[in-house]
Design a protein around this ligand. Structure first.
Ligand code: FES
Length: 143
């Protein structure tokens, strides 16, 4: 069996929703301290619905495929549904990731959660600092 599913390869080669939303309502960034991968998510939210989402990922193929799939899973969905998105759901939607690559999908879950928290904070208090999280990578150089 191939190491990566066709869906992973497709989302890695043709990632959906790559880019920046200049006037985003929420921005979340997450970094993996060990492998150095960084993911940034931008959300446009209208009436509690995610109307647009874009990402920038500096990282491995699984991280890119996970970000791409995660944006597809939350686009057009209510904030509450996006908040409940797990890395497991992202990996399942990609028809699986190798065990040692599962942490790459955690970046997507965390980046979206940080962006949603940024959105909630901006709603409550203007100018609060943006959240930056470090996820512990277990790949230990196994690219
Ligand atoms: Fe992909 Fe660690 S995040 S190799």
């Amino acid at each position: 069996m191939a190491l990566y599913s066709d869906k992973v390869m497709d989302h890695f080669r043709n990632p959906r929703n790559v880019g920046v939303i200049e006037d985003a309502d929420g921005v979340g960034e997450v970094g993996n301290a060990k492998c150095g991968d960084i993911m940034k998510m931008y959300l446009k939210i209208d009436n509690d619905i995610i109307t647009d989402v874009k990402f920038e990922t500096f990282g491995c193929g699984s991280a890119i495929a996970s970000s791409s799939m995660a944006t597809e899973l939350i686009k057009g969905k209510p904030v509450s549904e996006a908040m409940a998105l797990t890395n497991k759901a992202v990996a399942e939607a990609l028809d699986g990731l190798p065990d040692y690559k599962m942490h790459c999908s955690v970046l997507a879950e965390e980046a979206i959660r940080n962006a949603l928290e940024d959105y909630e904070r901006k709603k409550g208090a203007e100018g609060s600092p943006q959240v930056y999280t470090h996820v512990e990578c277990e790949c230990e150089g196994k690219e």
